[in-house]
Design a protein around this ligand. Sequence first.
Ligand code: NAD
Length: 296
Amino acid sequence: MSAIGFIGLGNMGSHMAANLVKAGHEVKGFDVVTSNVDAFVSAGGVAASSISEASSSVDMVVTMLPAGKHVREVYTSAEGILASANPGTLLIDSSTIDVTSARAVAEAAQKSGMQMIDAPVSGGVGGAEAGTLTFMVGGGDETFEQARPVLEAMGKNIFHAGGAGNGQAAKICNNMILGISMIGVCEAFVLAEQLGLDHQKLFDISSTASGQCWSLTTYCPVPGPIPTTPANNGYKPGFSVGMMLKDLKLAQDAAQASNAATPLGAQAAAVYALFEAAGHADTDFSGIIKLLRGNA
Ligand code: NAD
């Protein structure tokens, strides 16, 4: 069993850190919000009072932070992880951040004598709590194998996507597909409504025809065909518009930086930005159908 520092005990990190404790690891947790640290202690963890305390004298450090700027600061500031952890400490960042920051921090870690992987997740808060997250990992082969048992204590599917930053690349490419496909499915239902075609009929036909996709058959954006989707629950997330927009913007930043043509990704980001501006940051992303109906 390992000694682990965990930094960022929010909606996701609190559950992930608790699952590491359940797996028998000795986990020191830190968050700038003290009540999050208190809750982690109630779940069997040990409180750390700073980034430095959480990352010194441990075998590995896991971070679960909001965005790239937080990750850069937590790793590279004067009191940060790279200044505090022993050389050889394994570093795992599971935050969803921009590819450029992920690669820059991994390079800084290497210069400090530490190996780092980017390991963003999908599966949401439910998956974090159940320990069934999917991890998309970027980093060296050996580092990936070293991290695997710890990732398995928090997740079910662990994919090695290639070198540093490729975990983040996989995550934003996947979510760009999702954002675009959800808008496509919603547009089809709105057109069907205008043409007098029943939701269930379109679902039955398209789910066995060439329009089939996850946004239709697993996460159907209209109530009825799949009873468990947010559409049946007032579009309560699920996966919020704010989070989808964050990932679509990361995809657009990466596309511009790498000269990739992603015109539909750009449109999807613009459509979700409109919906967010209309007060829907906390609506499930499948609620975008309301905007397309003109009643956002
Ligand atoms: P969150 O805001 O609930 O948690 C982030 C935590 O980091 C907060 O508790 C915050 O206080 C803490 N933090 C910020 N700066 C800090 C610092 N300098 N030192 C220590 N702690 C600090 O966010 P979340 O929902 O847990 O998401 C975390 C990451 O996971 C994000 O990058 C998000 O995009 C990604 N993600 C979230 C979900 C989801 O469903 N919530 C799903 C997949 C991926």
